[in-house]
Design a binder for this molecule. Structure first.
Ligand code: HEC
Ligand code: HEC
Ligand code: HEC
Ligand code: HEC
Ligand code: HEC
Ligand code: HEC
Ligand code: HEC
Ligand code: HEC
Length: 512
C-alpha cells in the first residue's frame, strides 16, 4: 500500500505543476476520508454477519489482492457519520463512524491516487455528465430526451427540437394516448432510463436521507457515475467488485461490456480484426496476470488495453484512455483532439458532489485527448504498434486511417448542407423521429459513420466497408432523393407544411 501511496502522491504533485486545477485535494471529502481512522472496528466484526449474509461478496473479496494486503470491508465501507454517503441505519456503528453503501472513487483514491487522477483526465470521466447535460430541463440533452420522453413514454412538456409534446405524441398515435401513458407515474420513465443509458454511462447517484441509494440511479456500473461525495467514475466498470482484479480488466471482454453494438462496435471490430482472430485462436498465449507486454511471452498481438492503456515500448501505463487518440471519431463531424485533459470530472469533484451549472462544464470537452496535442497522441499509438510491426507498416496503416476520416467528413459535409437547406425552409418534420431524412442523417453519423471510422482505425475491413462506408454511401443517396423530392415539391406548392403532409411514406431500412 505504501508503494501505491507514494506513487500516487508524486503523480499528483507533477500534475499540479502543469495543470493547477487538477488536484485531488480540491475535493474536501477526499482529505476528510484520507485522514479518517475509525477506532474500535475490525474486519472480523464485519465478517461475523456478512460471511453468512453475503457469501458471494465475501468469497470474491477473499480471492482478491486486497484481502492479501489487509484491505477489507472496513477500509472501503467505513466512513465518518457525517460523510455525504453515510448509511444511517446500519446495525453496527461506532461513536464517529458508520457504513457507506455507495462507494465512490474517492474511497479508492485514498490508496490509488495515480489511477484516479488519470481516470479523471480521460474521456471516460465525462460519460455520466455529458448525457445528463443541462440546457434547460433535467433531461435536457437531445439524446437523453430520446430515452426519457420517447422510449419511456414520459408525457407532458418535452421540448425536443423546441416542439411541444402534444405534437410529438402524434408520431406514435394520433390522439397521443399511448405517448402519455406514464404521465401520472413519472417515476416509471426515470426507472427505465436507469436500465439503459445509465448502465454504460453512469448518472448522478442519489441517496435518501438515510444514505440508501435511489433505484433510479443505483446500482450501476456506468463508466462515470457522479457520487454525492464528489467521486467520479465507477472503478467497478472494469474491475468487478469484490475481486477488483487487474487481470479481469486487461481482458478485452471487460471493455466489450459497453463498447459493442450498432453504434460503437469495438468488440465486434476487434473480434473480426487479425489481432482478435489471433486472440480467439491462441488465448493461452496471453497472460493477463501481468501488465508487462512482451511479445511471445505475455501476448502475441494487441488487445484493447495494450493499445489504449498499457505500459509498452517506453509508454507509461495509464487509466486515461484518451491519451493515445488523435481524432474524435464518435462526434457527428470528426475533429482533432486539441483540448488537453478532460476536466468535467474535476469540475464535479471540486464542487464536492454538486452539479455546477454551465453547459461546458457539465458536458465536458469532446476535444480532450493528449495534453501535448493530437500528433503526440498519434506518435504514442504508433509506438504501441512498433512493438510488433515495422515503421513502414505502421506509417502506411495510419495514412489510411486518416484518409477514412477525411472521406467521412466529406460525406458528412454534404449531409450537413442538405439538412441546413431543408431546415431553413421548414422541410424537416416537427417530430424528427418520424422524418425519414432526419433518421438517415442520424444513422449516417451515429451508426454507419462511426463504424466506418472505427473499423478503419482498428483493423476490421468488414466494419470499415460493409457496415461502414458502403452504408454511408447508401444513406447519402437516399437522403439526396428525399432532399430533391422535397425541394421540387416546395417549388411547386411554395408551402413546407403541404410538402410534408403530402409526402408518401418513405420507410427507412434498418441500419444494423
Ligand atoms: C450485527 C451484524 C452486522 C455486522 C457486525 C455488520 N453488518 Fe453490515 N449489515 C448487516 C445487516 C443486517 C444489513 C442490512 C441492513 C439494511 O439493509 O437495512 C447490513 C448492511 C450492510 C451494507 C449495505 C448493504 C446494502 O446494499 O444494503 C454494507 C455495505 C455493510 N453492511 C457493511 C458492513 C461493514 C463494512 C461492517 C463492518 C464494519 C458490517 N457491515 C458489519 C449486519 C451487520
Ligand atoms: C476495495 C474496496 C472494497 C472492499 C475491500 C469491500 N467493498 Fe463492498 N463495495 C465496494 C464498492 C466499490 C461497492 C459498490 C458501490 C457502488 O456501486 O456504489 C461495494 C458494494 C458492496 C455491497 C452492496 C452490493 C451488493 O451486491 O449488494 C455490499 C453488501 C458490500 N459491498 C459488502 C462488503 C463486505 C461485507 C466487504 C468485506 C468482505 C466488502 N464489501 C469489501 C468496495 C469494497
Ligand atoms: C486502504 C487502501 C486501499 C483502498 C481504499 C483500495 N485499495 Fe485497491 N489496492 C490496495 C493494495 C494495498 C493493493 C495491492 C497491491 C499489490 O498487491 O500489489 C491494491 C490493489 C488493487 C488492484 C490491483 C489488483 C490486481 O489484481 O493486481 C486494483 C484493481 C484495485 N486495488 C482497485 C481498487 C478499487 C477500485 C478501490 C476502490 C473501490 C480500491 N482498490 C481501494 C489498497 C487499497
Ligand atoms: C452499451 C452501452 C451504452 C449504452 C446503453 C448507451 N451508450 Fe452512449 N456511448 C457508449 C459508448 C461506448 C460511447 C463511446 C463511443 C466512442 O467512443 O466511439 C458512447 C457515446 C455516447 C455519446 C457521445 C459522447 C459524448 O461525450 O457526447 C453520447 C451523447 C451518448 N453516448 C449518449 C447516450 C444516451 C443518451 C444513451 C441512452 C439513450 C446511451 N448513450 C446509451 C455506450 C453506451
Ligand atoms: C461501463 C461501460 C464501459 C466500459 C466497461 C468501458 N468503457 Fe470505454 N467508454 C464508455 C463510454 C460511455 C464512453 C463515452 C464517454 C463519453 O465520451 O462521454 C467511453 C469512451 C471510451 C474511449 C474514448 C474516450 C474519449 O475521449 O472519447 C475509449 C478510448 C475507451 N472508452 C476505451 C475503453 C477500454 C479500452 C475499455 C476496457 C479496458 C473500456 N473503454 C471500458 C463506457 C465504457
Ligand atoms: C476502462 C477500464 C478500467 C477502469 C474503468 C478502471 N481500471 Fe484500473 N485497470 C484497468 C486495466 C486494464 C489495468 C491493468 C493496467 C496495466 O496492467 O497496465 C488496471 C489496473 C489497475 C490497478 C493496478 C495497477 C498496478 O500497477 O498494478 C489499480 C490499482 C487500478 N487499476 C485501480 C483503478 C481505480 C481506482 C479505478 C477507478 C478510478 C480504475 N482502476 C478504473 C482498467 C480499468
Ligand atoms: C491495435 C490497437 C488497438 C486495439 C487492439 C484496439 N484499439 Fe481502439 N483504437 C485504436 C486506434 C488506432 C484508434 C483511433 C485513434 C485515433 O484517433 O487516431 C482507436 C479508437 C478507439 C475508440 C474511439 C474513440 C473515438 O474517438 O470514437 C474507442 C472507444 C476504442 N478505440 C476502444 C477500443 C476497445 C474497446 C477495444 C477492444 C475491444 C479496442 N479499442 C481495441 C487502436 C486499437
Ligand atoms: C503485441 C504485438 C502487436 C502489437 C502491439 C500490434 N500488433 Fe498488429 N499484429 C500483430 C500480429 C502478431 C499480427 C499477425 C501477423 C501479421 O499479420 O503481421 C498482426 C497483424 C496486424 C494487421 C493485419 C496484417 C495484415 O497484413 O493484414 C494489422 C493491420 C495490424 N496488425 C496493425 C496494427 C496496428 C495499427 C497496431 C498499433 C495500433 C498494431 N497492429 C499493434 C501483433 C501486434
Amino acid at each position: 500500500m505504501k508503494k501505491a501511496l507514494t506513487a500516487g502522491l508524486s503523480v499528483a504533485a507533477l500534475t499540479t505543476v502543469a495543470f493547477a486545477a487538477n488536484s485531488l485535494d480540491s475535493n474536501p471529502n477526499y482529505k476528510k476520508l484520507k485522514n479518517f481512522h475509525p477506532k474500535g472496528v475490525s474486519n472480523d466484526q464485519c465478517l461475523m454477519c456478512h460471511k453468512t449474509m453475503d457469501p458471494g461478496i465475501v468469497a470474491d473479496w477473499q480471492h482478491s489482492k486486497h484481502a492479501k494486503a489487509g484491505v477489507g470491508c472496513v477500509e472501503c465501507h467505513v466512513v465518518p457519520k457525517d460523510y455525504p454517503t453515510a448509511f444511517k441505519n446500519h446495525p453496527m456503528q461506532g461513536a464517529n463512524w458508520t457504513v457507506q453503501i455507495a462507494v465512490s472513487s474517492v474511497t479508492c483514491a485514498k490508496c490509488h491516487a495515480k489511477e484516479v487522477t488519470e481516470y479523471l483526465n480521460s474521456g471516460h470521466a465525462r460519460g455520466g455528465a455529458q448525457w445528463l447535460a443541462v440546457n434547460g430541463s433535467k433531461h435536457g440533452y437531445l439524446m437523453s430526451k430520446l430515452s426519457y420522453y420517447y422510449e419511456s413514454l414520459k408525457g407532458k412538456n418535452p421540448s425536443l427540437n423546441g416542439v411541444p409534446g402534444a405534437k410529438m405524441a402524434k408520431g406514435i398515435r394520433k390522439d397521443g394516448s399511448v405517448y402519455y401513458a406514464n404521465q401520472n407515474n413519472p417515476k416509471i420513465a426515470d426507472l427505465n432510463v436507469a436500465n439503459i443509458c445509465i448502465q454504460c454511462h453512469g448518472t448522478t447517484v442519489k441517496l435518501d436521507k438515510n444514505g440508501v441509494p435511489d433505484p433510479r440511479t443505483w446500482p450501476s456500473d456506468g463508466i462515470a457515475s457522479l457520487y454525492p461525495d464528489g467521486g467520479v467514475g465507477n472503478c467497478l466498470a472494469c474491475h468487478s467488485r469484490h475481486k477488483f482484479s487487474a487481470a479481469e480488466a486487461r481482458n478485452p471482454a471487460s471493455c466489450g461490456n459497453c463498447h459493442l453494438g450498432p453504434d460503437h462496435p469495438m468488440k465486434e471490430i476487434f473480434e473480426s480484426s487479425v489481432h482478435g482472430h489471433i486472440y480467439d485462436t491462441n488465448e493461452k498465449d496471453y497472460n493477463f496476470e501481468t501488465g508487462a507486454q512482451i511479445p511471445g511471452k505475455t501476448l502475441r498481438a494487441a488487445t484493447c488495453f495494450t493499445c489504449h492503456m498499457a505500459a509498452i515500448n517506453g509508454l507509461k501505463a495509464t487509466h486515461n484512455v484518451s491519451l493515445r487518440l488523435k481524432w474524435n471519431l464518435w462526434a457527428p463531424d470528426s475533429f482533432l483532439r486539441t483540448g488537453g485533459h478532460e476536466t468535467a470530472g474535476w469540475a464535479f469533484w471540486k464542487g464536492g458532489g454538486k452539479i455546477i451549472g454551465g453547459k461546458t462544464v457539465i458536458r465536458g470537452n469532446a476535444k480532450a485527448g493528449n495534453p501535448n496535442g493530437p500528433e503526440a497522441a498519434r506518435a504514442d499509438m504508433k509506438k504501441v504498434c512498433m512493438t510488433c510491426h515495422q515503421a513502414t507498416f505502421t506509417n502506411n496503416y495510419f495514412q489510411r486511417v486518416d484518409a477514412a476520416v477525411t472521406i467521412y467528413n466529406q460525406y458528412k459535409a454534404f449531409a450537413n448542407k442538405m439538412m441546413k437547406d431543408l431546415k431553413s425552409k421548414g422541410l424537416i418534420k416537427a417530430d424528427v423521429w418520424s422524418d425519414p431524412f432526419f433518421k438517415l442523417y442520424y444513422y449516417l453519423w451515429h451508426h454507419e459513420g462511426r463504424r466506418f471510422r472505427h473499423g478503419a482505425a482498428m483493423g476490421s475491413p468488414d466494419y470499415a466497408h460493409w457496415h461502414g462506408v458502403f452504408q454511408v454511401m447508401q444513406d447519402i443517396r437516399e437522403m439526396n432523393d428525399i432532399y430533391n423530392y422535397r425541394m421540387k415539391m416546395y417549388k411547386k406548392y411554395g408551402n413546407a407544411k403541404k410538402v410534408l403532409e403530402n409526402e408518401p411514406p418513405m420507410p427507412v431500412v434498418t441500419h444494423e
